[in-house]
Write a protein that binds this ligand. Structure first.
Ligand code: 5AD
Ligand code: FES
Length: 333
């Protein structure tokens, strides 16, 4: 086990190249050379929350809001499945228009396309998580964002850290594969608190975790803050790989938004998952969590082809299976 002092040391001292190399070696040994792709559908940017960092916070009156219809969402998922994606991730703001019955109908239909289904729709009740699971949802993604409770409450004024933690526990108990993660470079966040975040993710036994640099958005209260660096995000991710050797770790979109090769750098520093955007049309542009988001003018097939080539160019292969943690298989419907 790596202790906090060692984590702090790895995050701050020493040559990053050798850290990345160590993480890359652990990745190869524990999860192999396959890179698992997840097709990400950004199906609504309507959100009841007001997180200070987030471009789709409800206080951003300039955001152009959209919500896909049930048919549109299902069609998008079907296209992604036809393109070969074995996992569909449905992500949105916290938009309660998608109530239990609507969500369950969508999940049940998408499960017919022989894919694993991941939800990333925020905080819901136990009854809802249970209904989604019964409808066939396999995985759930919800970042804890930071384990510094004071910072969390400053940045997410309408939310409670304890409540979020409870949600993560409910999701786990219901047998979902649990994905979480954090942002690095938040205003007021210390390296020490990032070390605590990593220990937290390890303790709760996540199946997947994403690390993204915070990128300030012009239409939010944090517009004049500095933002996180790619280097710190990659370092944090590498240390996470050393601590949690066999979990799924995505090369995040936010990393690539800071550097044209960000995801490839991540795949060579511990990551083994990529989540290409499969959202159609203008919605991509409107799902602007942070500025400079990549792929806003691309189409699903373009992203699939682009990332496929990048992955093969570094001698890795695209995973053909569902890519669950420890080979866990999706619910059969
Ligand atoms: N910069 C980087 N990441 C962000 N997210 C939200 N806003 C930003 C931002 N300004 C991340 C959060 C959220 C995920 C979907 O996007 O971590 O969980
Ligand atoms: Fe939507 Fe933060 S503003 S989850």
């Amino acid at each position: 086990m790596i202790n906090k002092k060692e984590i702090l040391n790895l995050l701050t001292a020493g040559d990053e190249k050798s850290l990345f190399k160590m993480a890359d070696d652990v990745r190869r040994q524990y999860v192999g050379d396959e890179v698992h792709l997840r097709g990400l559908i950004e199906f609504s940017n309507i959100c009841r929350n007001n997180c200070l960092y987030c471009g789709i916070r409800k206080g951003n009156a300039k955001a152009v809001r959209y919500r896909m219809s049930e048919e549109e969402l299902i069609k998008t998922a079907q296209n992604a499945a036809n393109m070969g994606f074995k996992t569909i991730v449905m992500q949105s703001g916290e938009d309660l228009y998608y109530d239990t019955s609507r969500m369950c109908r969508i999940i049940e239909t998408i499960k017919k396309f022989d894919v694993a289904v991941t939800l990333s729709i925020g905080e819901r009740t136990y009854a809802e998580y249970k209904a989604f699971r019964n409808a066939g949802a396999d995985r759930y993604l919800m970042r804890i964002e930071t384990t510094d409770k004071d910072l969390y409450h400053k940045l997410d004024p309408l939310m409670s850290w304890d409540r979020r933690y409870e949600c993560l526990m409910m999701i786990k108990e219901l047998g979902y594969e649990l994905g979480s993660g954090i942002m690095v470079g938040l205003p007021g966040q210390t390296i020490e608190s990032i070390a605590d975040d990593l220990l937290f993710l390890q303790k709760i036994g996540i199946d997947m975790a994403g690390i993204g640099p915070f990128i300030p958005h012009q239409e939010t209260p944090l517009k004049n803050e500095k933002g996180g660096t790619l280097s710190l995000a990659l370092r944090t991710m590498s240390v996470m790989r050393l601590m949690m050797k066999d979990i799924n770790i995505p090369a995040t979109t936010a990393m690539e938004s800071l550097h044209p090769m960000g995801r490839i750098m991540a795949l060579q520093a511990g990551a083994n998952v990529v989540m290409p955007n499969v959202t159609e049309g203008e919605y991509r542009k409107f799902y602007e969590l942070y500025p400079g988001k990549i792929c806003v003018d691309e189409k699903p097939l373009q992203c699939r082809t682009c990332i496929g080539m990048k992955i093969e160019s570094i001698g890795r292969k695209i995973g053909q299976g569902y890519g669950g943690h420890n080979g866990k298989m999706p619910i059969k419907k």
